[in-house]
Ligand binder design. Structure first.
Ligand SMILES: C[S@@+](CC[C@H](N)C(=O)[O-])C[C@H]1O[C@@H](n2cnc3c(N)ncnc32)[C@H](O)[C@@H]1O
Length: 397
């Protein structure tokens, strides 16, 4: 039995005999970490032809756990610059496994090779209000200019402000918005979407109502729009604040009639796909406010009472916005809500030193937002009425 340390030590002796021993360890050891280290050590040997033969035999074998295949692919990547056999095998492995982790490794390697200069990031300097359908209004913003998106889209046809022809049409429309959001979001930054399952009113007592697990379906919409899943945070509400669904069962105790009270909503946390690690996004902010005096939410359950508002039927509690802004943005960041409603997110963002960018298509809600103290720059107004006005909306382009 070998230990990982012993295998590492063996890797430093680059003789044909140590190669043989590493092969032996790879084939006979039962510990996956030891076998993985053996693959890594084989990849660092000098004899390219032996390494190539080893990979040819093992890198397409379904006997090998994927963890070992990833290590073999790593060898292929780092050898592909100098040796075309490995470059070819790299493509063959991608085509054979069609595995998302291999694709990510490949992208990251390409990114490192290119040593691309950072794209210029336009800096939004003025709070903006984009009135109209966000699929259109967002087109007025440059790429990469937003550092955080937090939003609560319409929950299909649950409220009077939204009416879609079908659930499929709703999801397609969400896709249009999230793709546009993707364009304006800075590479590697977060989008957080607040939704929960909804039920639509049944057309008559003889018909069954349909309950839609919106967050399950939005997952696919988000990943197809170019984001990847990071976390699900549950917004937990006090039970008395939600509709009572359990009373029927409470009376009869009859199985199958059980319907629990739904006290949670999801905050779906996703990151914009990019070839670099989150470290790079963080490195750009060496100076930041630590908020040492504030307690930290250590779990993915955030206990917050819902908020009722006379102007809008589904507003964010300010506390929810505050937590999202604190954990997922820096001071000075441009932060966007593409379904802004009465603009709660923008209000909290401004208080926390961020620059809000809000989209809303309902004129009444947009008027509420515009009347906020501090004001917003109405982008539509600029193109219609104030085109001659000199105002800097963003810098750095
Ligand atoms: C759930 S509400 C958001 C409420 C908001 N979080 C708040 O605190 O007030 C969703 C909002 O999105 C708006 N909306 C729906 N579709 C839109 C679209 N395509 N473009 C812009 N706004 C849209 C609706 O008018 C509604 O006010």
């Amino acid at each position: 039995m070998y230990s990982v340390e012993k295998v590492k030590a063996l890797a430093k002796i680059r003789t044909p005999e140590s190669f043989d021993t590493l092969l032996e360890i790879f084939r006979s050891d039962e510990n996956i970490d030891v076998r993985r280290e053996a693959v890594s050590s084989i990849g660092r040997h000098n004899d390219s032809s032996r390494i190539y033969d080893f990979l040819r035999e093992e890198a397409f074998s379904r006997r090998n756990p994927m963890e070992l295949i990833y290590q073999m692919f790593r060898t292929c990547l780092y050898r592909s610059g100098d040796d075309s056999r490995f470059a070819e095998m790299r493509q063959e492995m991608l085509a054979y496994w069609q595995n998302e982790i291999l694709y990510k490794m490949n992208d990251y390697y390409n990114y490192r090779q290119k040593r691309e200069k950072h794209k210029p990031i336009p800096k939004i300097t003025t709070p903006l209000l984009l009135i109209g359908d966000n699929c259109e209004t967002l087109k007025t913003l440059p790429e990469n200019c937003i550092q955080l998106i937090f939003t609560s889209p319409p929950y299909y046809n649950a409220r009077e402000y939204s009416d879609y022809g079908s659930y499929a049409e709703y999801l397609a429309k969400m896709g249009d918005t999230f793709r546009e959001c993707h364009r304006v979001l800075e590479d590697g930054r977060f989008i957080i979407v607040n939704v929960s399952p909804v039920i639509t009113r049944r057309p008559g007592r003889e018909f069954e109502s349909i309950r839609y697990p919106i967050h399950y379906d939005l997952h696919r919409v988000l990943t197809e729009s170019g984001y990847y899943f990071v976390d699900e945070i549950l917004w937990v509400k006090p039970e008395p604040s939600v509709p009572d669904r359990v009373s029927g069962y409470r009376q009869t105790r009859k199985p199958l009639s059980y319907k629990p009270n739904c006290i949670t909503e999801s905050l779906m946390v996703y990151r914009k796909n990019c070839s670099f690690l989150l470290d790079r996004n963080m490195k750009e902010h060496d100076e930041y406010d630590r908020h040492d005096d504030e307690a930290i939410d250590t779990t993915n359950c955030w206990y917050i009472a819902p908020k009722y508002d006379k102007n809008h039927p589904a507003v964010f509690p300010e506390e929810l916005c505050r937590k999202v802004l604190r954990y997922y943005s820096f001071e000075g960041d441009a932060v966007m809500d593409p379904f802004a409603g009465s603009g709660t997110f923008g209000r909290v963002a401004r208080k926390m030193g961020r620059v809000p960018v809000l989209c809303e298509m309902n004129e009444e809600y947009a008027n509420i937002i515009e009347s906020e103290s501090g004001g917003y720059y109405d982008v539509r107004g600029r193109s219609r009425e104030k085109s001659s006005q000199q105002i800097t909306l963003w810098e750095g382009l």
